[in-house]
Ligand binder design. Sequence first.
Ligand SMILES: Nc1ncnc2c1ncn2[C@@H]1O[C@H](COP(=O)(O)OP(=O)(O)O)[C@@H](O)[C@H]1O
Ligand SMILES: O=C(CO)[C@@H](O)[C@@H](O)COP(=O)(O)O
Length: 576
Amino acid sequence: MKPENLDKYVIGLDYGTLSARAVLVCVGSGEVIAESVYPYPNGIYTNGIYPNRMHPVRMYPHETNSHRILDNLPETEMKLPVDFALQEIDDYVEVMYHTIGEVVEKSGCRPENVIGIGIDATSSTFLPVLANGEPLCKTERFRTNPHAWLKLWKHHGAQKEADCITELAKKRNEKFLMRCGGRVNAEWMLPKLMEIVRKAPDVYEMTDNFMEVSDYLVYLLTGEVTRCMCHAGYKLLWNEEDGYPSEDFLKELHPGLSNLKVKLKGREVQVGECAGRLTQEAARRMGLKAGTAVAASMIDAHVAVPSAGIDGSEKALMILGTSCCMLLCSEKLSYIQGISGCVKNAVLPGLYAYEAGQSAVGDLFDWFVKTSVPGSYEKEAADLGISVHTLLSEKAAHLAPGESGLIALDWWNGNRSCLADSKLSGMILGFTLRTKPEDIYRALLEATAFGMRAIFEEFEKGGIIAKELYACGGIVSKNPFMMQIYADILGKTILTSSTNQGSAFGASIYAAVAAGNDAGGYLSVGEAARAMGNIGEKKYDPIPCNVEAYNMLYKEYKILHNYFGSGGNEVMHRLK
Ligand SMILES: Nc1ncnc2c1ncn2[C@@H]1O[C@H](COP(=O)(O)OP(=O)(O)O)[C@@H](O)[C@H]1O
Ligand SMILES: O=C(CO)[C@@H](O)[C@@H](O)COP(=O)(O)O
C-alpha cells in the first residue's frame, strides 16, 4: 500500500486464448476498481478461414479501409491444414478499444489520473506486417493465404521445422540449446517463421516486420514500433549475451532466413520499460489522456508472477487456464530438460525466469465435456444450475485416488515440457464396462497434475528447487477439487492468488512501473509487486493418504510417459 498513490490508476489488458480482459487498478492499494471481459468475436480458426467475412471498421494508424478488399474474395470457408490455429487481428483491436473504454467508463475516474497501460498476450502469437503498419492478412493479395494470418501460440503446423532447428542446433552445438531445454518447440516464433519461408515464400518476402501481437497493439496505441525482448528470449532463442541465433546458423537452416533480423524490427525494450505514449487518436477513442505511458508488451503467463505478490527467487507459479505455464525465477542458470526457456530479466530484474508448461489443461477438460458427456449429465447440470465441469468434479470427488482404475497421458495437444513434442497425443488406459464419465474426468485432471510433477522433477535434477508453490488462472477459482488433486500429486502446499484476473492485474503492475515514480507509479517491478500484488487466503495442503496413493500412480504414469514419449514405442507418431 502506498497512500500517496491512492488517486492514481493503471490499466492492464490481458489477451488469453479465447477472450481478453481489462482491469483498472488503484496504484496505491492494488484494488481492482473495474473489469471488462470480451471474447474474440471470431474465436479460433482451426478448420478453415473466411476471407470475405465482414468486419466493422476499426482504427489503424495507416487507415486501411477494411471493407475495401473484401468484395473480391471467396465467400466460402477455405480449408486449413491440420494443426493450424489462426485468429482475426481485427478481433484483437476491437477487444482493446472495447475493454479499455469500458473500464474507464465504469470506474468513472478522471482520464488524467490514469497513468499507464500494460498489455500482455499469449505467445508466440504473431502476425506479418507491411512497412506502413498494415497486417498482410488484410490486403487483397494475401487475405487468402493462411500463412499471412495471425498465428496463435497453439498453431502446431511447424513441428517439422522445430525438429529441423533442434537437429541443426545439436549438430552445431549451439549455445542457445542450453537455455531452451535442449529442444525447440513448434509453438515458438522461429519454427513458425521457418514454416512461412518454406511454405509461403511470397508472404515472407513481402513482410516488413514479424510482430508479436502484443507489440503490434502497443504500436497501434503509441505509433512506436518496439520489440519486447522477453518474447524474443523465449520464442526466438535470443539472449542478452549472444543475441539472436547467428546469421550463419539461420542460413544453414534455410537460405531465406539469412536476412531474418531485418524482419524483426523495432526498438528493443525490456518488461517494465515505457514503450511509448498514447496518441491523440487512441486516447480519444478510449476516453483517456494523450501521452499516457504504455508499457513494453509482455507474455500473459509471465505478468502473473508479480500479481501473486512474488518478488523473488525459488517461488513457482502455475497459471492454470486453457493451457498451463509454470514460472520459476532463480539466481542460477542451469540446464533443465524440455523447458520452454530461461531468460534473464524477463520477469523480475536480475533473475533468470524459467518457463515450462503444458499445451492442454482446461482445453483437455473442455474437449471431454464437449465431446464425451451423455445428455443426462448435461440435463442434471442444467437442472442444478451448475456447469458440467462442476457436476463432473462433484461426482469425481466421491472417488478415492486410483479407485477408477484409469490412468491418462495428458498430451491431447502434444507435450510442451519435458518432451517438447507436439506430435504426441493423449491416452487413457484401464477402461472397463463400469467406467463412468466422472472417472474419466478425474483421470484427466490427475494426468495434468502428473505432467506438472514430471516438470518439477526435471527442475530438481537441474538443481532449481521450488520452495513455495503458487497458483492462479481461471481454473483456480472454478475448480477447488482440482487444486486439491494438484496439492496431493505434487506433494506441496499450494497458495492461490485472490484475483481472478491474474494476468490483467499483472499487466497493470508493469504499467505502474512503466509510468515511473514521478508520475505516481513505482521504481521497480519488485516494489510494485510488494505494494500492489497479493496472495489469497485460500491454500491447499497435501492430504497424506492421497499423497501416498498418488506416489504409486505416478510411477505408472512415468512408465507410460517414457514408453510412449521417449522412443519406447513410436505408435503415437505413426498414428499422427
Ligand atoms: N470447473 C472447471 N474445471 C476445470 N476447468 C474448467 C472449469 N471451467 C472451465 N474450465 C476450463 O478453463 C479454461 C479457461 O481458463 P481461463 O483461465 O478462464 O482462460 P484462458 O486460458 O483463456 O486465459 C477452459 O479451457 C475451460 O474448459
Ligand atoms: O505459451 C505461453 C506463454 O509462453 C502462453 O501464452 C500459452 O500457454 C497460452 O496461455 P493461456 O492458456 O491462454 O493462459
